[in-house]
Design a protein around this ligand. Structure first.
Ligand code: ATP
Ligand code: MG
Length: 428
């Protein structure tokens, strides 16, 4: 025997029956996006490294230590497995001039890659669903995106997520604030941890995001960006809040919400829960009005969010939310080998009528096949025996307790197939 090979650490296989919850979730997402007129975009999993360095920012956790970057051995290109997808969506929009006739509402779904320490809610390959509205400047679109996420929570039956908001202002306001922050922290150097000292001059805003309990007082008393915001930024933020209030959406303003990517301005927000331990942010986003230009496009505003699929599904499981069962209508038992072709053809006709049918494979006697039929969870066994085969019929046996006629069986002709279809239809 050869030694076993395992999946890469922090990258998970997704197996049945858990995969059913993922499929259900994905179906809800598709419905959500259709309801808001967002259209699907699919970009490559690998992008030029420069795209992420330029967009996410040189001095961020992602670019400094989380990216899977490599040199293409065949042509020397510097490539990276995407750690997030906003940059790629923007790249694609610019490359294909998607905004030439106005704003676009787009959504994506797929795996992202970050070299982090694997733990609950934090993986090296994880999945995001994201929504991006490009080319729109107003707080109406910020509100739309936030309410969209709320609708998804409603569709999924999630109740334990709350909304946090902040306004990061515009670059010049941030610059003023940044200078004040640096001054402030320089006066308190002794109270900064190593990480924060390192960030003091490169990305002081990120110090506000520290989880270090010894620094909380210091950070709470730091100069606030909110105090640097001019009338326009404040109006945008007020506008968003008014729309959220009108929509009955509760929120808290969290002045320390800064987000880990450099491209945000004005609105940032997170949907958080207390039920997932340390990894409590299930969805995060904001405005990135400068990014399109930064990636080489004509300047245009934009806003979006991304949600962590693993965290949302974990939350669903916590809440005992069960996706609807995907039960089989029939399991075909082959008790007489020569009936195979007829059985297969019958199964095809049933599937064409929308029924879910598994045709037994792998041989075995009637008894072991009936066991498989029971274990499959199918509502009926369709038995093709010698008698049935000669008569052009099939025996339909009800398998499940909850069925009115569980255990009962009867024979039905294969032609026309409509009688058989009717007999397999769901009860009521
Ligand atoms: P965190 O603060 O938890 O590291 P982040 O700010 O790095 O999150 P974003 O880049 O905003 O996360 O990604 C959006 C969402 O994607 C997060 O809110 C989270 O739900 C999910 N996410 C991010 N990184 C991971 C990961 N390594 N594993 C699983 N989900 C993740
Ligand atoms: Mg992170």
């Amino acid at each position: 025997m050869h030694p076993k090979l395992n999946a890469v650490k922090g990258m998970n296989d997704l197996l049945p029956p858990q995969s059913a919850a993922w499929e259900w979730f994905e179906a809800q997402v598709r419905e959500l996006m259709r309801a808001y007129g967002y259209r699907n975009i699919r970009t490559p999993i690998v992008e030029p490294t420069a795209l992420f360095v330029r967009s996410i920012g040189e001095v961020t956790d992602i670019v400094e230590k989380e990216m899977y970057s490599f040199t293409d051995a065949l042509n020397g290109e510097q490539l990276t497995l995407r750690p997030e997808n906003t940059a790629a969506v923007v790249r694609a929009c610019v490359e294909h001039n998607l905004l030439y006739d106005g704003g676009k509402r787009l959504w994506y779904s797929g795996p992202m890659f970050r070299h982090e320490r694997p733990q609950r809610g934090r993986y090296r390959q994880f999945h995001q669903v994201g929504a991006e509205a490009l080319g729109f400047a107003g707080p109406d679109v910020d509100a739309e995106l936030i309410l969209m996420a709320r609708r998804l929570w409603q569709m999924l039956g999630l109740t334990d997520v709350r909304l946090e908001l902040n306004c990061l202002g515009q670059p010049e306001e941030r610059l003023r604030h940044r200078q004040k922050l640096i001054n402030y922290f320089e006066h308190h150097l002794d109270r900064l941890d190593d990480d924060s000292r390192r960030r003091l001059h490169s990305n002081p805003l990120r110090i506000l995001d520290t989880k270090n309990p010894h620094m909380q007082d210091l950070v709470n008393a730091a100069p606030r960006l909110m105090d640097e915001l001019g009338a326009e930024s404040l109006a945008h933020f007020e506008g968003l809040q008014a729309l959220l209030r009108a929509a009955g959406q509760a929120y808290t303003v969290n002045p320390r919400l800064v987000r880990g990517l450099d491209y945000y301005n004005l609105t940032v927000f997170e949907w958080v829960t207390d039920r997932l331990g340390a990894q409590g942010t299930v969805c995060a986003g904001g405005r990135y009005d400068g990014l399109i230009e930064q990636i080489g496009g004509k300047p245009a505003p934009a806003c979006g969010w991304a949600l962590g699929v693993e965290r949302v599904l974990d939350l669903l499981e916590q809440g005992g939310v069960q996706p609807p069962a995907q039960e089989l209508d029939a399991y075909v038992v082959l008790a007489h080998e020569p009936a195979l072709a007829v059985a297969m053809q019958t199964a095809e006709r049933l599937r064409a009528a929308g029924l879910r049918v598994v045709l037994h494979a792998g041989g075995g006697g009637m008894k072991s096949q009936m066991k498989k039929a029971d274990a499959s969870g199918a509502r009926h066994a369709l038995i093709f025996g010698e008698d049935e085969w000669t008569a052009g019929e099939v025996t339909v046996k009800a398998l499940r307790q909850e069925q009115r006629e569980a255990g009962q069986q009867r024979r039905l002709p294969l032609d026309p197939v409509s009688g058989l279809i009717d007999s397999l239809g769901p009860l009521e």
